[in-house]
Structures are given as structure tokens and as C-alpha cells.
Design a binder for this molecule. Structure first.
Ligand SMILES: NC(=O)c1ccc[n+]([C@@H]2O[C@H](COP(=O)([O-])OP(=O)(O)OC[C@H]3O[C@@H](n4cnc5c(N)ncnc54)[C@H](O)[C@@H]3O)[C@@H](O)[C@H]2O)c1
Length: 429
């Protein structure tokens, strides 16, 4: 497993748990040192136990030495990052290509190179070319195997996926992939085989579609506010239709995270390169970008339209609960909008504060949710961690200097909050 981040580490640990022999490689020595010392470099529920038990069983190892990891492997997974490239939003493939180059020199015997990173159509062709050029005698095949796990539920998603997508046409490689995934197939997870390009595009189409769904319900939420409807009723009313489905219909502050923002942008770049405009996705990207700052303005409006000199307590910083991942979190734009308007921000997040400190300046980071509220002029809930779902509203009211609650995740019933004496502002309700 080349790259031991959210995807590489979870996939590696799960494959080991299924009985395979796994070596997780990362060029970040601090990450590997932490793993060797039994410390998890990321927060993901259940991961520490999964890793430690498989290390103890001798099936999972860590190294910075790529050659050591690749030698003798039947399959080498590339799970390095593919962030947005600065300037044009295309996927930055430099880590993938660098990994391919390094892998080429370490191959011995027939090896399947598996692209698990999310990469634009045609990347598999380029990985194949790089390896062939660097090591003309190598016996290998490149397949695409995009990953669909969600942070926060990554282990369960990996072990019980809705489907496994494998793209490639080399029969030997496909057989190795079927063996690698056989333990999951027994759980009846369907394996969908297709062309390599089809698999590469499937990942982007999946993420773009989910981003469309979220953005659609967010715009419906705005309309609900204008017409006096409740978006949660509407979402339930449409979500029970099997053709639509209830998931990804939660109105909120806009999608963020390490995948949707960069993957929608990369899909647009591909669509431009191939002259096949994706206008729906274009609209979604624009609408979602606007929404994040609009949610900051919503908090300002709840405070009476002016927050200069005021303090806002913010609960939740990560882009979703059960992760420490701050990449493109809506909380960043919400907090920056508040700060731009002259507010001070006191914040708390159960797992994300170390990462948040790297991206957000001038925030008072607090030890717990109630400490963040002390003396604040309003409370904004930005990420729906379970710990924020049942706050002691009496205590909240006594700590705030004004009883204003802005619930950007719709986790409270309006009547309960209003009965407790708050001015309550939600999304689309
Ligand atoms: N995070 C998710 O929820 C998720 C879900 C599905 C797919 N993906 C995709 O999976 C890929 C990886 O994402 P991630 O979130 O795990 O990234 P990450 O940044 O958490 O991890 C990537 C790791 O790769 C390492 N790395 C980079 N180049 C290397 C090299 N040459 N040799 C060894 N290690 C190297 C980095 O040091 C880093 O630890 C991306 O393409 C992403 O889009 C992510």
C-alpha cells in the first residue's frame, strides 16, 4: 500500500484483517514512526484497534522503504493524495506519477499496480507508460480500483462496500484483484468490472452526483425559508421515493472535505479537456462555494446584522463528525466570514482542533463545548458531532450573553430550543 493516509491506512489494515499480508509504505517518516510506535496519525473510529491487532498478528507492517514494500507483492496499491493543483483546479498527479516511477524500479515477478487514488481518466495509461519506460522488462498490469469509503465510517465502508469497482482488461490482473477482494465478495459485495477509463470516471461521477444531491437540497432549503416550509419534511417526502433515496438530503452549510470539492473541480477540468461540458456540476460547484460564506452571513444576520466587537461560539470545525479532517471544511469559510466582519470566535471540536490550528488563525480554541460559549453573543453549531446533539440548553443559556442558537446542521427541534428561551435559526426550516 503506497501512501498510508486515510485511504491507504484503512485499506491496508482492512486487507490485513481479511488475512492478507500487507506492508503500508509512506514517505512521511513521522507518520511511519507514529504507526511503528502504535499511534494513529489520523482519527478514525476503530482504526487503532484494527491496526494494533493486525500488527500483533504479523500481517501488517509499516515502512518508509518503498522497495521493501513492493518486492514480492502480488498487488501494489497506489493510495497517495491527488489534491487540487494550485492555479487551475486539475488533479495534481505528481504524487501518483512519482510513486509509479519508484514502484517501477522495485518490481520483481508479475505485479498488479492498482490505482486506488482518485485520478482523472487516462491516468492509468500514463502510470503504465511511466513504468514501462522506467523498467522495460517489468511484468506488470495497471488496473483502476477507486475507493468509495467515507471518513468517519471508513472501516465499515471498506469491509462492507456497496460495490467494488475494478477497471482493467488484463486477465491475470483481474484474477489477482478477485483474489484480493474475495473475502469481501463472500459478504455479497458486488464486484463491477469494466474498462480502466470507465472505473476512473465512475469515481468522479459518483462524487459529483452526491455533490449534486447535497446542493440540490441546500437550494430547496433556501426556498423553504422563503415559502415557510420545512426542508426536513420535504427531504423525507422525496427521500422515501426509492428512485430518489433518503441519503445526502440533509440541508446544511455546503459540502466540504477532502474529496467532493477537489473531485468536482477535477471532473470539470476533464470535461473541458474533452469538450463535454458538465453544466450541472459547474452550477453545483458555484452554488456550493457561495453557500459557505452565506452561512457565515446567516450567523451575522442572527446576531442582528452586525458582529463587530461581538464573540461567536462555534461548535464543530471538521467537515463532518468522526474525523479530524479539516480539508475544505465549511467551518473555515463560516469563521473567516465572521472574523472579516469583526467578530471574535471561540471554538471547540472533539477531534479537529490540531488540524484547525493549521488553517484558522485568531480563533480561541477551547477545552470543551461549554467553555467555548462563555460570554459569547451567539452559538453556531457547524458540525453535527454527537456530543453537540444533547447540550444542556439551560447551561448554554446561562453561559451565553445573548440566547441565540444558529443550528447549521438542523440537529435541534425548534420547539424545544424556543421553549428554552432561545432565538433559533436553522437551515431551511
Ligand atoms: N479521504 C477519503 O475519504 C477518500 C475517500 C476515497 C478516495 N480518496 C482518494 O484517495 C487518495 C488518498 O487520499 P487520502 O485522504 O488517503 O490522502 P492523505 O493525504 O491522507 O494520504 C496520502 C499519503 O500518501 C503519502 N505519499 C505521497 N506520495 C508518496 C510516495 N511517493 N510514497 C509513499 N507515500 C506517499 C503521503 O505522505 C500521505 O501520507 C486521494 O486520491 C483521494 O481523493 C480519499
Amino acid at each position: 500500500m503506497i501512501g498510508s493516509g486515510y485511504v491507504g491506512l484503512v485499506s491496508g489494515a482492512c486487507f490485513a484483517d481479511f488475512g492478507h499480508d500487507v506492508v503500508c509504505v509512506d514517505k512521511d517518516a513521522a507518520k511511519i514512526d507514529a504507526l511503528l510506535a502504535g499511534k494513529m496519525p489520523i482519527y478514525e473510529p476503530g482504526l487503532d484497534h484494527l491496526v494494533s491487532s493486525n500488527v500483533a498478528a504479523g500481517r501488517l507492517r509499516f515502512t518508509t522503504d518503498l522497495t521493501e514494500g513492493v518486492r514480492g507483492a502480488d498487488a501494489v496499491f497506489i493510495a497517495v493524495g491527488t489534491p487540487s493543483r494550485r492555479g487551475d483546479g486539475h488533479a495534481d498527479l505528481s504524487y501518483v506519477y512519482a510513486a509509479a516511477q519508484e514502484i517501477a524500479g522495485a518490481l520483481d515477478g508479475f505485479t498488479v499496480i492498482v490505482d486506488k487514488s482518485t485520478v482523472p481518466v487516462g491516468t492509468g495509461d500514463e502510470v503504465e507508460r511511466i513504468i514501462r519506460e522506467a523498467n522495460p522488462d517489468a511484468d506488470f498490469a495497471v488496473v483502476s480500483n477507486p475507493e468509495f469509503l467515507r471518513e468517519g465510517a471508513a472501516i465499515d465502508d471498506f469491509k462492507r462496500p456497496d460495490r467494488i469497482v475494478i477497471g482493467g482488461d488484463d486477465p491475470r490482473a483481474l484474477e489477482v484483484m478477485r483474489q484480493v477482494y474475495r473475502p469481501l465478495h463472500i459478504n455479497r459485495s458486488p464486484i463491477v468490472e469494466m474498462s480502466r477509463r470507465g472505473a476512473e470516471l465512475t469515481k468522479y461521477a459518483a462524487n459529483a452526483f452526491l455533490a449534486v444531491k447535497i446542493t440540490f437540497i441546500n437550494e430547496i432549503a433556501d426556498l423553504c425559508e422563503k415559502v415557510g416550509a420545512d426542508v426536513q419534511d420535504v427531504a423525507r417526502g422525496i427521500g422515501l421515493d426509492n428512485r430518489i433515496g433518503a441519503k445526502f438530503l440533509h440541508a446544511g452549510p455546503g459540502y466540504g472535505g477532502s474529496c467532493f470539492p477537489k473531485d468536482t473541480l477535477a471532473l470539470l477540468k476533464t470535461s473541458q479537456d474533452y469538450d463535454a461540458p458538465q453544466r450541472i456540476v459547474e452550477a453545483v460547484v458555484g452554488v456550493n462555494d457561495n453557500r459557505k460564506r452565506a452561512m457565515g452571513r446567516k450567523v451575522i444576520a442572527a446576531c442582528g446584522g452586525d458582529v463587530r466587537g461581538k464573540t461567536v461560539a462555534v461548535l464543530g470545525l471538521t467537515f463532518k463528525p468522526n474525523t479530524d479532517d479539516m480539508r475544505d471544511s465549511p467551518a473555515i469559510a463560516v469563521i473567516q466570514t465572521l472574523q472579516d466582519a469583526g467578530a471574535s470566535v471561540r471554538a471547540y471540536d472533539p477531534e479537529g482542533m490540531e488540524q484547525a490550528k493549521l488553517v484558522l488563525d485568531g480563533v480561541a480554541y477551547c477545552a470543551n463545548a461549554y467553555e467555548a460559549m462563555e460570554g459569547a453573543d451567539a452559538l453556531a453549531i457547524v458540525t453535527e458531532w454527537d456530543a453537540f446533539r444533547a447540550l444542556d440548553l439551560g447551561r448554554v443559556k446561562s453561559l451565553l450573553s445573548a440566547p441565540i442558537l444558529v443550528d447549521l446542521r438542523n440537529i435541534y427541534p425548534r420547539d424545544v430550543v424556543e421553549k428554552a428561551g432561545f432565538a433559533y435559526h436553522a437551515v431551511g426550516r
